[in-house]
Design a protein around this ligand. Structure first.
Ligand SMILES: [Zn+2]
Length: 323
């Protein structure tokens, strides 16, 4: 069952509700049923969560429009979250530009923008509650490897399963600059008996999916959760906390993240957080069939705007109905 193994809650950080608690900040108090997905009669709440490391491009705009349309159709809420914990790569001007592009597309969001950079201390405090359970270890493997592991996974870049070089190192040996990894095998033992599953409603994998512990060990491995001294928190971890804190009932995101959903589910159970429903959508590709990379400014929404395209043209281009 979810919450069987629950790390002790941190001392009053801003965030930190456990399963069943009311989401903090801007979401109305709602109750959640057990198991995957929101409880009966619960309001639909979703989010768009870009990283302000470049301009909004076609693929991400599709994701935002789809999430927005689904929320509005369900009479629910659409929230905006900036995944800006990598302070070296994220820029305030992209944060502003992304919001301008979303407004231009006709999107509005409920409540203030949630910026992950404002919550890093809370994420780390919650992460460290796993330490007394023996589920974390420090890792000093190369900085670039670890840095790459902290970012959202990219399609076409094989996820490197960590060979476990530093596993078994005591937490007391942690040095400045070391990353913290999850001992996945230990975590799965701690979660034995838990209902590790999620409900998927996207076109490619609709149905209920069980997390296979052996597959998780061979395909995911000991993921990096944070890096000390650089205030960087792994994408997976920050998403798990934020989805719970913001009362997200439906995660709508690109198909490229489907294979990483088991990591989210494992983290949700470790921290006693609910598992939302997942909806992985198709990826918008360019004429050559290549996924539109974030740094491909040629497909930036700002460029379409400058060329005189209208939001209606844009919706047609990505195959979404006009409201
Ligand atoms: Zn290591």
């Amino acid at each position: 069952m979810a919450g069987k193994l629950i790390a002790p809650p941190p001392k009053k950080t801003r965030s930190g509700p456990r399963a069943g608690a009311s989401p903090s900040t801007d979401t109305p108090a709602e109750t959640r049923g057990p198991g995957p997905g929101p409880g009966r009669g619960q309001m639909f709440v979703t989010r768009f969560a870009p990283s302000p490391t470049g301009p909004l491009h076609l693929g991400h705009a599709y994701s935002a429009l789809l999430a927005h349309d689904m929320a509005r159709a369900a009479g629910g809420r659409f929230l905006l979250r900036m995944e800006d914990t990598d302070l070296e790569r994220c820029r305030p001007e992209y944060d502003t530009l992304i919001q301008e592009d979303l407004h231009w597309l006709g999107l509005s969001w409920d409540g203030p923008v949630h910026r992950q950079s404002a919550h890093i201390a809370g994420y780390n405090a919650r992460l460290e509650t796993l330490e007394p359970l023996g589920l974390l270890y420090p890792c000093s493997c190369t900085r670039s490897d670890i840095r790459a592991a902290l970012a959202a996974p990219q399609e076409g870049v094989a996820h490197q399963v960590y060979p476990g070089t530093c596993r078994g190192r005591p937490m007391a040996s942690r040095l400045p600059g070391d990353a913290l990894r999850l001992d996945l095998a230990a975590a799965l033992i701690a979660l034995s008996g838990a209902d590790l599953a999620f409900l998927e409603t996207g076109p490619a994998h609709a149905g209920r999916h069980l997390v296979d512990p052996d597959e998780a060990k061979t395909q995911i491995g000991d993921v990096v959760l944070s890096r000390k001294g650089e205030d960087i928190v792994a994408y997976f971890l920050a998403s798990a906390f934020d989805d719970a804190d913001q009362g997200i009932t439906h995660v709508i995101r690109g198909e490229d993240l489907f294979d990483f959903t088991p990591v989210q589910v494992i983290l949700q159970h470790l921290f006693g957080l609910p598992t939302p429903i997942y909806h992985h959508h198709r990826l918008i590709r360019d004429d050559q069939g290549k996924r539109l990379a974030k740094r491909d400014d040629a497909r930036a929404i700002a460029k379409y705007r400058a060329e005189g395209a209208t939001p209606a043209d844009f919706r047609r281009m990505v195959g979404l109905p006009n409201p």
